[in-house]
Design a protein. Structure first.
Length: 119
């Protein structure tokens, strides 16, 4: 991977993350349009950091450090998104932190599957 690939990677990751998380939010019965929009906007905020920082770490330090930073960033993302969801989502059937964890796990796992299918 080279740094010139980063914009393409970021756009693809953001697109697939939003699609996957919104689909799973709807499956989990999130129905309010403002809640769906909130999930979209939260991902627009968090996804670029979660995607770009590991790329830079991988290029500079290697795969092991990249994997460590991915785990750290995913945990931080679940906590940040959970906090935002607890404050702004009307959907209360699932704890907002659990909702964040579920949506992020779904997008991460399906994203990995998509990545491996494409290579």
């Amino acid at each position: 991977m080279i740094i010139n690939d980063l914009p393409f990677i970021m756009i693809n990751c953001l697109f697939f993350t939003i699609v996957i998380e919104i689909i799973f939010a709807i499956i989990l019965k999130v129905k309010d349009k403002k809640d769906i929009l909130n999930i979209l906007l939260v991902n627009v905020m968090t996804n670029p950091i979660v995607v770009s920082l590991p790329v830079f770490v991988n290029i500079r330090y290697g795969l092991m450090q990249r994997n460590i930073i991915v785990i750290i960033l995913e945990i931080i993302t679940v906590l940040i998104e959970g906090k935002i969801y607890s404050k702004y989502l009307k959907f209360k059937k699932i704890n907002p932190y659990i909702l964040s964890l579920i949506l992020n796990l779904c997008s991460y796992i399906i994203g990995d599957i998509i990545k491996y299918i494409n290579f």
